[in-house]
Write a protein that binds this ligand. Sequence first.
Ligand code: UFG
Length: 332
Amino acid sequence: MNVLVTGGAGYIGSHAAKALIEAGHRVSIIDNLERGHAAAVHPQAHFQKLDLRETQALTGLLQQQAIDCVMHFAALAYVGESVQQPLRYYDNNTAGSLSLMKAMADANVPRMVFSSTCATYGIPQTMPIVETMPQRPINPYGWSKLFVERMLADQAAAVPEFAFTALRYFNVAGCAADGSLGEDHDPETHLIPVMLEAALGKREQVSIFGEDYPTPDGTCIRDYIHVEDLVDAHILAMEALKDGDARFYNLGIGRGYSVRQMVDAARAVTGVNFAITTGPRRPGDPPELYANADLIQRELGFKPRYTDIERIIETAWQWFKTHPDGYAATTR
Ligand code: UFG
């Protein structure tokens, strides 16, 4: 298929482009390079520096590249930033997706696989999270994505040949096992990269954000899924789409690890006893988030290859060791 990957210079989008190309698909990438890295763009992909909000140019690109399906990753994804700058999130994530959907309608592109988030659930009453639970986001980031889910559902109801799958990600982690791609955020706030930077001596310590949560060891629990498993699920989702489909799946591995368990795992993988301190809770962090991932396993046959947290961290460690400055030293 001819697939447009939005945000293909970013962490997840770049891994998706690689997996698609390896699976024999033809890939076009757009990215505004605000947070993405030109060096992460796959050399075999057609690349255009374009913002989602440039509807006309997008329509032209979709037609010119005869796109069959869009994998839509391009988004801002910091919860805290979304609280500080809500309009920026609604503009980029929600209005950007609206512009993309208009361009798709104009160019008759009938398929989308959309990056949604478990942040659309807010603070669920019970664990694990199943897809039918109420969606009540607690921050603008979650809302900015939930609005897109709604627009997609309405469009699928109105246009018989349109179909989409929204994948609600849990915590995406790890890097390409062959070492070719990695994770490079500025600022970096995610737990695994922060720990690996500490192991490299780039940070003095890792602060655990709260040890007084109602969990067995008092620290927050999350469901970490390897980025290569995550992008494989996108390909399964794309290939399964039929006219009129409106599908929503949780995308996690279905088990949770606490921050303390993550620290132990990262210390074991790196062999570095990096320093930790206990800091205050980070506002907006739910105590526990992990998926019931049965639906995607049952309906799409998705089975994660990485179920061991140390193996996930190992793939990230390989990248961080060989790219201590991220993509800064990489040219393509
Ligand atoms: N944590 C620390 N110290 C750190 C960094 C993180 O203790 O220095 C903790 C957090 O409090 C959290 C866990 O480690 O309990 C994971 O934190 P991350 O920042 O790595 O990931 P989040 O769970 O906060 O964020 C993820 C996605 C977001 C998404 C969110 C939904 O990255 O895009 O889940 O709640 F919105």
